[in-house]
Design a protein around this ligand. Structure first.
Ligand code: FE
Ligand code: ZN
Ligand code: FE
Length: 190
């Protein structure tokens, strides 16, 4: 590397690899999702991701570079964690929630990567590149927010912690206490 353009191209090669790995991995996650909401969110993002690969090819073209991927180890690791969840856990709401956690790690990685690439492109005053990278950056953030919304729906479908359940079980008997106290208070006022 000799200049900022080289650095930008290096960043793009990493992201290009990351996006391609995501396109391969997402169908398994769509299949493994138990809830319709998660299935929909993931398959919607699969389609968006395919568009992001094409968009990156446009970015390479603007830079007069052939689209080339350099294997992204970070994404490989994040996707391996997602695959592990599918292997180790039974299908269901809790597994869906764990998958959402894994998927959001992926989105955050991408937000960071596109943010960096865009900052370099801004500095180089590559307006079209900035515009293309911003479109994807926004889609990644949007995917992250949608996953948060799905998780919030799913929390209500599973039991809470054991501690909470214990609290609920012991919450009934002392319920009489306030009325006794009230009676005592009333008595002392007389
Ligand atoms: Fe992406
Ligand atoms: Zn990477
Ligand atoms: Fe993404």
């Amino acid at each position: 590397m000799e200049n900022l353009t080289d650095l930008l191209v290096a960043e793009l090669k990493d992201i290009y690899s990351a996006e391609k790995q995501i396109v391969k991995a997402l169908p398994k996650m769509v299949k493994g999702a138990a809830s319709e909401e998660l299935k929909a969110a993931l398959s919607e993002h699969l389609e968006a991701t395919k568009g992001q690969v094409t968009r990156l090819e446009e970015v390479f073209a603007h830079l007069e570079q052939k689209p080339k991927a350099k294997h992204c180890k970070g994404m490989e690791g994040l996707l391996a964690e997602g695959a592990e969840i599918l292997e180790e856990e039974e299908a269901g709401v809790l597994r869906d929630l764990e998958m959402i956690g894994a998927a959001q790690r992926v989105e955050h990685y991408e937000v960071a990567a596109y943010g960096t690439a865009r900052a370099i492109a801004e500095h180089l005053e590559l307006a079209e590149v900035v515009d293309l990278l911003t479109q994807t950056f926004d889609e990644e953030e949007d995917a992250d927010h949608k996953l948060t919304a799905v998780a919030e729906k799913l929390y209500g479908q599973v039991g809470g912690s054991e501690m909470e359940e214990e609290e609920e079980a012991t919450a009934k008997p002392p319920a009489r206490a306030p009325s006794t106290k009230k009676a005592m208070a009333a008595g002392s006022r007389r």
